[in-house]
Design a protein around this ligand. Structure first.
Ligand SMILES: [Fe+2]
Length: 499
């Protein structure tokens, strides 16, 4: 378990309460995660800025520093206002009552004569109130006949934030930023909410992921008869559709998974066996995850050819529907595609592109992930086929994806990245690529347009990400490239030799 520093703890606590307060957030997709992160982080940074502004204001204006409200709940905000009172004699007790009503507290107050207009008095106040009441505090106070103006002390422009970047594959042990561990406990609509045994089972399997560290074998899960029956139900139905609806890469790998990796309708394969299969095919590997990671952590893992993979099974009462990713979705949808070399390369480059970018760009990359890796369509001999895991692991989605109910648009990263998506119904809009090569070219052009002060490359020998932000770093890349070119020239010369 990661040890969080003070700021990280505060941020996590803030996000939890922010999430509860904004009950509409349903953290079930990567894009939902990314949108949540963006909003919650902005709110957290605002609060931090308000507090730091208080310190500098006090120093400049000669006020004593305010008392920080440690005792207040995490979803309370502290901020500072300068209150200019009306001319004449004004009762301080009455002014205080203007502010201190309901859940608004005054934690610090000082008065003085206005420096610009000597006949007026000003109050410097630190206020604490619930997050959702903050916007109304100043407006309400300005209505008082005792108060001439209320100034919220201005916020400084946010400083550019450096996001932590995993540099070695073992750093993924720190990518454990789950906001919700297992959804059934939290969501009334979840099929497993009222099923205590299902929730216990989910916790038991989630604990495997919490304890997992890079380099360990993925522990075996003895799936129950009910779980295997759920798998069988989905497996049999989907196999009917694959020949007509799945892309050729998926069909080919799926046959290999049945031949070499124990894929069959009777039982759920073990993640360790599947991970070893992927390592042989493309160097990708699985690591168990307890639930939904933040979009940033999930996408960063792809940079290391690592796929964060759930190990639990959807509720047996609704085998055709899972409100969040489960191992059936991962194994039938993602795994076959990650065993394809071109697709694996695309997935890794998508992951590398997300390292260190802004929250807004993470949201866009999560949307691109959604419309490619989860729900992408491609062309084969002029016909549409599905390559997205969300489609390939759901009978309803797969049938829908090639139906007339869907509006199909050409994949164009700048527009695809801001396309609204649907996570509570069948997809109404999908994007099609001409080929995986075409998808890669367009994505690389898009990535080149994203603002980032450095570039990155992956060293497969050390399983490390290298930051390319100076000339010396480029020399290493050039050296590796020279070796590859030498090998290419050598091989070409050999084959061009007359027999
Ligand atoms: Fe997925």
């Amino acid at each position: 378990m990661e040890v969080l520093n003070g700021t990280a703890k505060k941020r996590l606590a803030f996000q939890k309460t922010f999430s509860q307060e904004h009950g509409g957030w349903r953290r079930k997709t990567l894009i939902g995660d990314a949108k949540f992160e963006t909003v919650a982080n902005k709110e957290f940074q605002k609060q931090e800025r308000r507090l730091s502004k208080a310190d500098s204001f006090c120093a400049e204006e000669g006020f004593a520093p305010g008392l920080l409200p440690d005792a207040f709940p995490d979803d309370y905000l502290a901020f500072n206002v300068l209150v200019t009172l009306r001319e004449g004699l004004v009762s301080l007790a009455k002014v205080i009552r203007v502010f201190e009503n309901g859940k608004i507290f005054i934690t610090h107050i000082e008065s003085r004569k206005s420096r610009s207009e000597k006949e007026q008095h000003q109050l410097f106040m630190q206020l604490v109130c619930p997050h959702n009441a903050y916007e109304n505090v100043c407006c309400a106070a300005r209505q008082s006949p005792l108060i001439r103006d209320v100034t919220l002390l201005e916020e400084k422009e946010p400083e550019k934030k450096d996001h932590w970047i995993p540099l070695h594959i073992s750093d993924l042990d720190r990518c454990t930023h789950l906001i919700t561990k297992f959804e059934p406990d939290l969501d009334y609509d979840h099929p497993g909410f009222a099923d205590k045994n299902y929730r216990l089972r989910r916790k038991e399997i989630a604990d495997i992921a919490f304890d997992y560290k890079h380099g360990q074998k993925i522990p075996t899960v003895e799936y129950t008869d009910e779980e295997n029956a759920t798998w069988q139900h989905v497996y049999v139905r989907l196999k009917e559709l694959f020949p007509t609806h799945a892309c050729k890469e998926h069909i080919q790998v799926f046959a290999t998974l049945e031949e070499e990796c124990g894929f069959c309708e009777q039982r759920i394969p073990q993640l360790e066996d599947v991970s070893n299969f992927l390592k042989r095919k493309t160097g990708f590997q699985l690591r168990p995850v307890a639930g939904l990671l933040t979009a940033r952590d999930f996408l960063a893992s792809l940079a290391f050819r690592t796929f964060q993979c759930t190990q639990y099974v959807r509720h047996g009462g609704k085998p055709d529907h899972s409100p969040e990713p489960d191992c059936i979705h991962e194994l039938l949808g993602h795994v076959p595609m990650l065993a394809d070399p071109k697709f694996a390369q695309f997935a890794q480059e998508l992951g590398l592109a997300t390292l260190g970018v802004s929250d807004e760009d993470i949201e866009k990359f999560a949307t691109l992930f959604w419309f490619t890796v989860e729900f992408g369509l491609c062309k084969e001999n002029g016909q549409l086929k599905a390559y997205g895991a969300g489609s390939l692991s759901s009978y309803g989605e797969l049938a829908n994806s090639l139906s007339e109910n869907v509006t199909v648009k050409p994949f164009d990263p700048p527009t695809t990245a801001v396309q609204e998506y649907k996570d509570d119904d069948l997809q109404p809009i999908l994007f099609v690529v001409e080929s995986f090569d075409d998808m890669m070219v367009k994505m690389r052009q898009y990535v080149a347009s994203i603002e980032r002060s450095f570039d990155v490359t992956y060293d497969p020998y050390t399983q490390s990400v290298k930051i390319l932000d100076h000339n010396a770093a480029l020399e290493g890349v050039a050296h590796g490239l020279q070796n590859d070119v030498d090998t290419l020239i050598h091989v070409m010369n050999r084959f061009n030799k007359p027999v």
